[in-house]
Design a binder for this molecule. Structure first.
Ligand code: AQP
Length: 332
């Protein structure tokens, strides 16, 4: 008996990062036996900021291969591309009409991301409503969320409660946050106050899951630290703290154990050790990824997405049908 339905996704807005792996993918693999899990590649979300069509298409396929290479088992999880299930966009519209401008205006991710854009798109503003549709469409019980996404889950719960109460019917399950014991928030290697992001214009700021060993080590050598030259897990040393977090989350050692291990050792050796550890951890993932990339696997990849979309569409259709009836749409 599974413990409930979990749903999550990652945008194919580039090659996935060490942050996506340590903060999301690795935990997804850990829970695939215990929960019913649905994971999608969030291409509809990716276009809330400009994307090159060719790159978007390639990154979508690559995201699936990275999911598999990280250990997600397609026989235990439903894996699909968001745009393959048209109900996401349809439910988002109904929810748009049940969401207030004021609520969306308070979203900090919108405030952050819109500052980086010249012509801010309506889709970026509406992003949390599409996310609510993703979750509510499958009646998800739990959503793994990092701190950055907590506000979006809250608005999802508000929208669902409001819809249920407006129509006097429990149409939507109210989702809970799924807090993983091992989840880590990985910060930019260049600006440790910012989250590590795959779309960061500075490639030195993030570790891509497909970076080779030399690149990984070079990026860690250039990671921002400070002049204290002491490996300490402290908010006064955010760069070092981030490196300790990365090292801890891969080795399973506590930050205190890491501090002890590197006591009296300079940043050069510490950074090298973190780089080597990350490169070792990513090596088997990359090996699997490049095997999957072989042309003979094309059909296998396509089939996973086809089957995933079929299962997801079945569930999505049921919810949307109920929503349309409840909303008062005249049926065919
Ligand atoms: N740095 C991170 N540390 C921990 N977890 C992270 N996640 C992303 N970055 C980190 C987790 O990955 C999942 C989905 O990420 P996403 O790619 O769909 O969206 P995002 O959070 O906006 O990631 P990026 O890399 O910053 O995307 P771009 O650059 O396109 O905006 C979530 O579970 C998230 O917590």
């Amino acid at each position: 008996m599974k413990k409930g339905l979990i749903l999550s996704g990652i945008q194919p807005s580039g090659i996935l990062t060490l942050g996506n792996y340590l903060g999301a993918l690795r935990n997804w693999v850990d829970i695939q036996e215990e929960y019913e899990c649905m994971y999608f590649i969030a291409d509809l979300h990716a276009i809330t900021v400009p994307q090159d069509p060719k790159e978007l298409r390639e990154n979508t396929k690559k995201a699936l291969m990275q999911y598999l290479a990280c250990g997600l088992d397609p026989s235990k999880n439903v894996i699909f591309v968001q745009s393959h299930v048209h109900e996401h966009a349809e439910l988002a519209w109904v929810l748009d009409c049940n969401t207030y401008m004021g609520e969306l205006s308070r979203m900090t991710q919108f405030k952050d991301k819109s500052q980086k854009q010249v012509n801010v798109r309506v889709g970026l503003f509406n992003y949390p409503v599409l996310m609510a549709a993703d979750i509510l469409l499958y009646q998800a019980d739990f959503v793994p969320v990092g701190e950055d996404q907590r506000q979006h889950l809250e608005i999802t719960r508000d929208i669902a409660r409001r819809y249920n109460s407006t129509y006097g019917k429990q149409v939507f399950t109210i989702p809970e946050a799924f807090i993983s014991e091992t989840g880590a928030k990985i910060m930019s290697l260049k600006d440790p106050e910012k989250k590590m992001s795959k779309s960061d214009p500075n490639p030195l700021a993030f570790i891509s899951l497909l970076d080779d060993r030399d690149t990984i080590i070079k990026k860690f050598k250039k990671a921002t630290t400070d002049s204290m030259n002491e490996v300490r897990f402290s908010d006064e040393q955010l760069g070092v703290k981030n490196l300790i977090n990365i090292y801890s989350s891969i080795t399973g050692k506590t930050p205190l154990e890491v501090e002890r291990e590197f006591e009296g050792i300079g940043y050069g050796k510490f950074k090298m050790a973190v780089g080597e550890t990350v490169a070792d951890a990513l090596e088997p993932i990359q090996k699997k990824y490049y095997e999957l990339e072989a042309p003979e696997n094309e059909e296998y990849i396509k089939n996973i997405l086809k089957q995933g979309a079929e299962i997801a569409s079945g569930k999505a259709r049921e919810t949307l049908k109920e929503v349309y009836e409840t909303t008062g749409f005249y049926s065919k």
